[in-house]
Design a protein around this ligand. Structure first.
Ligand SMILES: Nc1ncnc2c1ncn2[C@@H]1O[C@H](COP(=O)(O)OP(=O)(O)OP(=O)(O)O)[C@@H](O)[C@H]1O
Ligand SMILES: [Mg+2]
Length: 246
């Protein structure tokens, strides 16, 4: 078998809030260029896990290595630098309502001036990112003028503008109708192809998982309970696994 490069390696991750143990020995390996889907029921710790990866939450045990660097050992500056390489699509898109689409997309450029270099005019980069989600015409709109699906695509464009090599998607299709969900899924696939990104996709949408997963992990009881392709997990007889595919 061809040896694949490991981009993110999580080992025996432990995370709790007070007495609430959320992750308890969770392991994950993200390989270069793959779409890894993580499914788990509501409250199982999916968002917390992804926040640990980008250093928005600390962890009490285990290890998270991104490009061989231990996240808990990075200082603020190193963490900030790493975050320019990891795009994070928050659950619910989270655009800044008081900023136009253009300003929303300029925001990461201003925050991380080193990544792109000094720019006199950000318009070409903003337009390129908007074009990759099919919304160049929306550049001067305000978020309240956008539909839910458009907001999600703009949030994705804002994630893409720093040209991350890793993208973490937290529930990218939740709250969207089936047709719009399909559009977002197609977009995620084209991003993977165009930029050769490696992605973790958190979802409870079985259709999304089926369409996008090269590999899947089921997060149950704080652990990676099961791993495999969509087809292999769907064929499992374990009732805990079957419950996801009903
Ligand atoms: N900042 C926090 N402080 C205290 N507890 C938290 C915090 N963030 C998350 N939790 C708890 O951690 C657990 C996991 O939350 P998390 O948001 O990761 O769930 P999830 O799997 O993403 O669920 P959903 O599918 O509903 O988004 C929950 O019990 C939640 O209450
Ligand atoms: Mg969540």
């Amino acid at each position: 078998m061809e040896k694949t490069e490991v981009i993110i390696k999580i080992e025996k991750l432990h995370k709790q809030f007070g007495t609430n143990v959320v992750l308890n020995g969770f392991d994950l390996e993200l390989h270069k260029g793959e779409n890894l889907v993580v499914m788990g029921k509501s409250g199982s710790g999916k968002s917390v896990m992804i926040k640990c990866i980008i250093g928005l939450e600390d962890y009490q045990g285990g290890s998270i290595k991104v490009a061989d660097k231990e996240i808990s050992e990075l200082d603020r500056k190193e963490l900030d630098e790493l975050r320019t390489d990891i795009g994070f699509l928050f659950q619910g898109s989270a655009l800044y309502d008081s900023m136009s689409v253009r300003e929303n997309l300029e925001f990461p450029l201003r925050r991380h001036p080193k990544k792109i270099g000094k720019l006199d005019d950000t318009t070409p980069l903003v337009l390129e990112a908007l074009e990759s989600v099919g919304l160049a015409h929306a550049i001067d709109l305000m978020p309240n003028e956008l539909s839910g699906g458009m907001k999600r695509r703009i949030a994705l464009a804002r994630t893409l503008i720093l040209k991350p090599t890793i993208i973490l998607y937290d529930e990218p299709t939740t709250g969207l109708d089936p047709i719009t969900s399909k559009e977002i899924i197609l977009l995620m696939q084209s991003i993977q192809q165009k930029y050769n990104t490696s992605s973790i996709i958190i979802t409870h949408d079985v259709d999304c998982a089926k369409a996008i997963a090269n590999r899947m992990i089921l997060l149950i009881d704080g652990k990676n309970y099961a791993e495999g392709t969509f087809e292999s997990l769907q064929a499992a007889t374990d009732p805990k696994i079957k419950a996801f595919f009903k």
